[in-house]
Design a protein around this ligand. Sequence first.
Ligand code: FPP
Length: 233
Amino acid sequence: MSKNYLNLLDHIAIIMDGNGRWATKRGLPRNVGHKAGVKAIEKTIDACLKYKIKYLTFFAFSTENWKRDEKEINGIFSLLRDYLHDNPYNFNEKGVSVKHIGDLNPFPEDLKNQLLKTEKETSKNKNITVTFALNYGGRDEVVRAINKVLKSDKKGITFDEFKKNLDTKFLPDPDLVIRTSGENRLSNFMLLQMAYSELYFPKVLWPDFNEKELLKALKVFSKRERRFGGIKK
Ligand code: FPP
């Protein structure tokens, strides 16, 4: 596989689906699946560092995930808070800058504060930007952006100006979007930003994702011809 196409791949966005099914198949509670999902996150960051991918974004909690049982929601929150606090992966040692997209307002204070602390403590790291989408929905993001614009005295706006009001203003658009577990949909994830992304839907459940699976995705990406609305030259 030629490595040249990696120069054209800045940002991979991942919908980590299948944690619940992974756990249920083993007769375990769903939150054990989310915990196993964190290991897959670490393996994926390691692989992206190896292949020098600069931006990696994970859909960790959607605006629709509030419909789940309180026990599962609180389990995800504790997992995230404890993980960021204990920092077993050591973001600074690996040169990982941690960021978030999404509206943090409805989250428990301790989780919000821990996330902001981690972001601040890792903000100077340059190897990769790892973004967690938390209470994130593409539609919610657009409405919040519109409301910001409405507060200004602008009479009209270009898309490039509008983009500066999105949560993703610090990110390039995703080049490759991966959703695991065989579901072929986007579920309200970065809808505007994915206008020209390449989509890849492997069957593997998220906790089983690893470097080998990432390489399969990179291989598929390398065979795609991206025209961005133009024609083949
Ligand atoms: C989707 O699988 C997974 C989620 C909605 C949660 C993902 C969250 C994490 C992996 C935890 C994030 C924590 C850290 C430390 C970054 P699903 O539950 O919808 O799976 P199913 O479709 O098989 O039920």
